[in-house]
Design a protein around this ligand. Structure first.
Ligand code: AMP
Length: 446
């Protein structure tokens, strides 16, 4: 997970980066940062927390320059200390550079071990720092060749944005597992961002997606950019972006996430064999699929669970008597709507099963007579290692229990999942996807 943004040829580079990160806050809330090049050197501000807490008009004003890169962090590799916030800025023999990364490198440990053997001193736990060291230690003459050489050493899923004093480099892994789009700013500058919802906010025009295996080089003051096709494989965008991760208003690889989630809901509805008075989405993750589900079956949709959008982290552990407090802080079911009803609840996914179990129990306590749970993705049976944070085999409920056992665990009256074929059919059969959480096909191997 994580979000990256890169901006060039704009007097408001850091402000655009800020708003892009703000629009992509859902991709990571742990830490954020922006690095700006003023043509001579690079300045970085990064901290733990959300974008709106870290940046303000005063500190953004200090980030002057026409090239900016930014990052929202959701920890996968590494831990949650401030050291692990991005971008990572460094001063190397070619001058200042700053690098940010979305994805996960599967050979990070080997590379790190090798670099340490060679005398490198690491300051963070992140795989991103490997690439900074590889660039710094390369014997190639210019940054472009050093970056290409470093990318050739990286195996995994990645989108990198790299800023130097006068250039912005953008690279996507050979399979294009994580999304990355290119757009044009109103002032003529360029922007790349993990999701197109960032473009909508700042009224940037979508140009195209960055191609799998593509390296784009932008030069300050030059309206033309250079594209180099490095190694490319059959593209395999991550299906989980469509299931859960991307915002519904984003267009990923030419497809509306909202429309696809509705199709997943339709697909679920086609196989749903029970009676229900109405459909209840789990807000916000189940809403788009629930709309597709309800429209297909022509049954009403009721927002019978209300979400509190202002829940940050709560530190006080609830007492035993208030054991539902934690989930109720976020989600509150409405008794008046639910009492005596037979309902179908739609959520996007079951990972550990904790959320579904709590939701079913809250709905029952609020008077629902029968609760059918329909999940708009297949059973998650395998940990993702390409940049989505999923727990280990032991913690993944569907890795350890069949559908009937999961149904019993969450205490629903019925449980329906999408099959892998139905998921792929909803997104579109014409291309391949990264489906590792569902089929365990770890196609990028070390
Ligand atoms: P769980 O309680 O572990 O079953 O959580 C499932 C819920 O977490 C789903 O309904 C999703 O909305 C959400 N979810 C799915 N994948 C992730 C993820 N990788 N990180 C955070 N939340 C997720």
């Amino acid at each position: 997970m994580c979000a990256v943004v890169g901006v060039i040829n704009s007097k408001n580079a850091s402000t655009y980066a800020y708003y892009a990160l703000f629009a992509m806050q859902h991709r990571g809330q742990e830490a954020s940062g922006i690095s700006v090049s003023n043509g001579k050197n690079i300045k970085t501000i990064k901290a733990k927390g959300e974008v709106s807490q870290i940046f303000n008009p005063h500190n953004l004003q200090t980030l002057q320059g026409e090239i900016a890169i930014g990052h929202n962090r959701y920890s996968t590799a590494g831990n949650s200390s401030l050291d692990d916030a991005q971008p990572i800025a460094a001063n190397c023999v070619l001058g200042d550079i700053a690098l940010a990364h979305n994805g996960n490198l599967v050979n990070k440990q080997e590379i790190r071990n090798q670099l340490i053997q060679d005398g490198a001193i690491f300051q963070t736990h992140m795989d991103t720092e490997n690439v900074v060291h590889l660039i710094a230690r390369s014997k190639k003459e210019n940054l472009q060749d050093r970056f290409i050489e470093s990318l050739n050493n990286c195996i995994g899923a990645y989108c990198f944005v790299l800023a130097s004093k006068d250039k912005l480099y953008v690279a996507r892994d050979p399979y294009g597992v994580r999304p990355l789009s290119l757009g044009r700013l109103k002032d003529g500058g360029y922007i790349v961002a993990s999701e197109t919802c960032a473009f909508d906010l700042i009224e940037a025009e979508f140009i195209r997606d960055v191609k799998p295996g593509e390296l784009i080089i932008f030069t300050q003051g030059n309206d033309q950019f250079e594209s180099i096709q490095l190694e490319a494989k059959t593209p395999r965008i991550c299906a989980f972006e469509y299931v859960y991760f991307a915002r519904p208003d984003s267009i990923v690889e030419g497809k509306s996430v909202y429309e696809i989630r509705k199709k997943m809901g339709e697909s679920l509805a086609r196989k749903f064999s029970y009676k229900a008075d109405f459909v209840v989405p789990v807000p916000d993750s189940g809403v788009s699929a629930a709309i597709g589900f309800a429209q297909y079956l022509k049954i009403p949709l009721e927002m019978a669970i209300v979400r509190n959008h202002y829940v940050g982290r709560t530190f006080i552990e609830p007492t035993q008597e208030l054991r539902n407090l934690k989930v109720k802080l976020k989600l509150n079911p409405m008794r008046k709507v639910l009492e005596g009803k037979e309902i179908v609840v739609i959520d996007d996914s079951i990972v550990r099963g904790t959320t579904s179990k709590k939701i079913v129990s809250l709905l029952r306590a609020a008077g629902a007579k029968k609760i059918h749970l329909a999940v708009a993705c297949p059973e998650i049976k395998f940990p993702d290692i390409y940049g989505i944070d999923t727990p280990t085999f032991e913690e993944l409920i569907s890795a350890n229990k069949n559908i009937e056992e999961v149904r019993k665990h969450v205490e629903a009256d019925s449980l329906t999942f999408l099959s892998i074929e139905e998921l792929v059919g909803s997104i579109g059969n014409e291309r391949q996807y990264s489906l590792i959480s569902f089929d365990g096909d770890y196609f990028i191997k070390n």
